[in-house]
Design a protein around this ligand. Structure first.
Ligand SMILES: [Zn+2]
Length: 302
């Protein structure tokens, strides 16, 4: 090859050509390297910028999600609060409805005062009467009735008296208007005009309710007599009858009726307890105040 080239070119020319070619080659290689390097740099920079953009978008998205979830959590909490409020309102309504229903089913006469000017209607009959077990009666051959719902309070009290060795019996319980009329006329025959003070309508109106009782203490043999107050039964009743919902309707020196230590009326444990604790009489309380106890009249014995 050298021989062939040397025919036309001398050694110096060949060397120059080689140098030029080498320079061109170096330049080409350099160009490629620089281009390649710049490309990578641009790609890198592009990627960095894209990554930054993506990260930015991701952050925005995360913020949006966080914001939305906070909003949702707040809305959920608000809704729950609203539901609770509605629940409370409903409970309140249910309780009011319950109270009203209880009141609508409770005989308003049961806590009514019967004064010399207000009498129980002659057509009045208790909602439900029950027959008293003859073992509790003064005269076991008689049939006596008492207000069906109040009867368990009465028998529980009589059982307790028996347990305390103070056997006590029922001399009189529910009396219809007709029975009272005939009773009154029989008193009228016996006592003449004095019957009005002994057997006035108002006193026996309580018996027409079915919740009043005349007690007798068979051991001491007292029957519808003021000496009943000297019996152990009377002392026991004064101290304990309220626990069973019973009160003494006509205490000594009351302004409404003659003293009847044997005559007790069921008014419910709550009212009887209030009267006992405050040493007050049923007939001295305002009717409106008495009526507030109506809803609890048949609450259980504690
Ligand atoms: Zn009586």
């Amino acid at each position: 090859m050298k021989k062939y080239v040397s025919k036309y070119l001398n050694d110096e020319q060949i060397s120059n050509i080689i140098s030029v070619l080498a320079l061109v080659l170096i330049c080409a290689i350099g160009y490629f390297i620089i281009t390649f390097y710049l490309d990578i740099k641009f790609i890198k920079s592009d990627m960095a910028s894209t990554t930054a953009q993506l990260e930015n978008k991701l952050a925005i998205l995360q913020n949006t999600i966080a914001g939305t979830s906070n909003d949702l959590a707040q809305k959920l909490a608000d809704q729950q609060n609203q539901n609770n409020d509605i629940g409370e309102t409903l409970n309140g309504i249910a309780s009011t409805v319950g109270t009203l229903q209880k009141l609508s089913q409770t005989d308003k006469e049961l806590l009514q005062k019967y004064s010399k000017v207000y009498f129980l209607n002659e057509n009045y009959i208790p909602l439900k009467l029950a027959t008293i077990d003859p073992k509790y009666l003064y005269d076991e051959n008689k049939t006596m009735q008492f207000h069906a719902t109040a009867l368990p309070y009465l028998t529980q009290m009589l059982d307790e008296l028996q347990y305390d060795n103070l056997p006590t019996v029922v001399a009189s319980a529910y009396r219809s208007f007709g029975t009272q009329g005939s009773l009154k006329s029989s008193y009228t025959v016996t006592y003449g005009s004095g019957a009005n003070s002994f057997s006035a309508d108002q006193g026996y109106s309580e018996h027409q309710l079915g919740t009043a009782i005349d007690f007798a203490a068979p051991k001491t043999g007292t029957l519808l007599d003021a000496s009943f107050e000297k019996t152990g039964t009377f002392t026991w009743l004064i101290n304990n009858a309220y626990k069973y919902g019973f009160i003494l309707s006509y205490p000594k020196n009351n302004k409404y009726y003659q003293y009847e230590p044997w005559h007790w009326r069921f008014v419910g444990v709550q009212l009887a307890t209030y009267l006992h604790n405050h040493k007050e009489n049923f007939y001295d309380l305002d009717q409106r105040e008495l009526d507030t106890y109506l809803v609890n009249i048949f609450d259980p014995i504690e």
